[in-house]
Design a protein around this ligand. Structure first.
Ligand SMILES: NC(=O)c1ccc[n+]([C@@H]2O[C@H](COP(=O)([O-])OP(=O)(O)OC[C@H]3O[C@@H](n4cnc5c(N)ncnc54)[C@H](OP(=O)(O)O)[C@@H]3O)[C@@H](O)[C@H]2O)c1
Length: 307
């Protein structure tokens, strides 16, 4: 099998594409012949070394948190998955940029037939993040107003659809070239954050989903209703600013959850959720990471493991 390898922490350069021995599935694991691997900001954040204190890795390592592909072998004590099954999942913090991976069966779901394997490879991390942010942390309800920053990206494009499906009114921030895209996904109001501050044009909201962080997060307290919730998977909200706003701030790390992903898969199967992907060959992972780092991907960037 082949895999992208990182020999040292640092900038996005010097990655190698190497031939390695095929991994063997252990207890509760399956071997997947990978069709596609999703590219996420966490991939270049881990590569930079910024996360090494709390996610220690043995170098060299293979980046990538998610894949879609076909089950090629099944380890002991695995139920519900068989050789030949088409699956997808958030497999781990690393390991996905490869033509074969071993993954815990509990982290996988059957791929919806309506999606190609390449489309499906971009779903797990962003869809689980959006779902957990809205339903587990913000506890979104029908009739609420939700402001989503970074709405055109991977997590944002899922969150816009899921919030709209939950009966919320969605206000989104994005560059002008993404406004038609977000309206088609269900945003009621789209604000070009490059042109003017969002605060004067947003009527108070119940929930802010912050997918940008920094100053955007800090400025968001002023548009939250008292009792509202600001959820950010990017950085922990400031507790004193939350208290001053009479609101609540929540930070979380996404949990891999095969059962939750199977529910999300059913929403793709019924056509209620859609994903837009851009595809690069696995051999060009370095270029993909550079593009992701520029922070203007619409939907998801995925790597084609056959190239
Ligand atoms: N803690 C966790 O477990 C966890 C899990 C998932 C994600 N995250 C984090 O959540 C963030 C979002 O992830 P993602 O995968 O959705 O990222 P992404 O796909 O790379 O996001 C790209 C999008 O960000 C938008 N954007 C950039 N700057 C913006 C700004 N100032 N205001 C509004 N939109 C802006 C761009 O829109 P335009 O092109 O329209 O400008 C682009 O569509 C990342 O920081 C990621 O690391 C954390």
């Amino acid at each position: 099998m082949k895999a992208i390898r990182v020999a040292q922490y640092g900038p996005v350069e010097g990655l190698s594409f190497e031939e390695l021995a095929s991994p063997v599935p252990g207890q509760g694991e399956v071997l997947i012949e990978v069709a596609g691997s999703g590219v996420n900001p966490v991939d270049w954040k881990v590569l930079s070394g910024a996360m090494k204190a709390f996610i220690p890795l043995q170098l060299p390592y293979t980046p990538g948190v998610e894949v879609a592909g076909r089950v090629a072998a099944v380890g002991e004590n695995v139920s519900g998955l068989a050789v030949g099954d088409e699956v997808f999942g958030f497999i781990n913090i690393v390991g996905g940029y490869a033509t074969e991976v071993v993954a815990s069966a509990e982290r996988l779901a059957h791929r919806p037939n309506r999606l190609t394997a390449l489309q499906a490879s971009g779903v797990p991390a962003v869809a689980l993040t959006a779902w957990q942010a809205l339903h587990e942390h913000a506890r979104i309800k029908a009739g609420q107003r939700v402001l989503i920053h970074g709405a055109a990206g991977g997590v944002g494009s899922m969150a816009v659809q899921m919030a709209r499906m939950a009966g919320a009114t969605v206000i989104a921030t994005a560059s002008a070239y993404n406004h038609d895209y977000l309206q088609a996904l269900g945003a009621a109001q789209v604000i070009d954050y490059n042109q003017a501050p969002f605060e004067p044009v947003v009527d108070r909201v119940d929930v802010v989903l912050d997918l940008v962080g920094g100053d955007t997060q800090v400025r968001s307290w002023s548009v939250l209703k008292p009792g509202g919730v600001l959820v950010s998977p990017v950085s922990p909200p400031d507790a004193s600013l939350a208290e001053a706003a009479g609101a609540c701030g929540k930070h979380f790390a996404t949990r891999s959850d095969g059962a939750q992903l199977q529910h999300i898969a059913s929403l793709f199967e019924s056509g209620e959720l859609v994903i837009e992907v851009q595809v690069l060959p696995l051999s060009q992972a370095e270029d993909a990471l550079r593009q992701s780092k520029e922070r203007h991907i619409r939907g998801k960037l995925v790597l084609d493991a056959s190239r």
